[in-house]
Design a protein around this ligand. Structure first.
Ligand SMILES: [Zn+2]
Length: 186
């Protein structure tokens, strides 16, 4: 089975099915996975400049899971995917991110100017309800949230600073309604 067949076979209904041969962005040329020795982790950095609104890469589901892993992307309430191109799995978290995953379009879009050599970063709670392992953020931004656990653990006024995936907005609404119902019943 070819990789394209595997991707299409495993791609969930929520992600649009861009044929792999129509790929217009070559992330292998535009970005590079590096080993960040300070953090002991691999990260994705830009090899060229990107402008706000520019397409960094389309993305596809290589496989899907009912539970998150350390490098999966949550695409709806119950589905987590293994990303293709696999370089996208190395996008780091930042509380002041420079890209966003557009789940409906299947695209990673730049939201700030990115210079060659900069880390590519996204705000994990934009798509992740609960991360597998909570971690201390070292992004250094003025608005750093310090501990990242997922959108479930953040107030909506903090989340509203960011572009959120639709499933995160739905889950947040349900969480709010549930907590009000519990308060009424007490
Ligand atoms: Zn931070």
């Amino acid at each position: 089975m070819s990789l394209a067949e595997l991707i299409i076979r495993n791609t969930t209904k929520s992600i649009s099915l861009h044929p792999i041969h129509l790929e217009t962005t070559d992330i292998a040329n535009d970005c590079q996975v590096i080993l960040d020795e300070a953090q002991g982790a691999q990260s994705l950095i830009a090899k060229k400049n990107f402008a706000p609104g520019e397409l960094l890469s389309r993305f596809y589901a290589l496989d899907e899971f009912s539970q998150p892993s350390n490098d999966s992307l949550q695409i709806d309430e119950t589905c987590h995917i293994g990303l293709y191109p696999t370089q996208l799995r190395y996008i780091s978290h930042s509380c002041d991110p420079n890209v966003v995953f557009d789940i409906q379009a299947g695209e990673v879009i730049c939201i700030k100017p990115i210079q060659a050599g900069e880390y590519i970063t996204c705000f994990y709670p934009s798509t992740e309800w609960e991360v597998l392992d909570a971690f201390s953020c070292l992004c250094g931004s003025d608005q750093c949230l310090e501990t990242i656990q997922g959108a479930k653990h953040l107030p909506i006024d903090i989340l509203n600073r960011y572009e959120l995936a639709r499933h995160i907005r739905r889950l947040k609404r349900h969480q709010s309604l549930f907590s009000k119902a519990v308060q009424v019943s007490i």
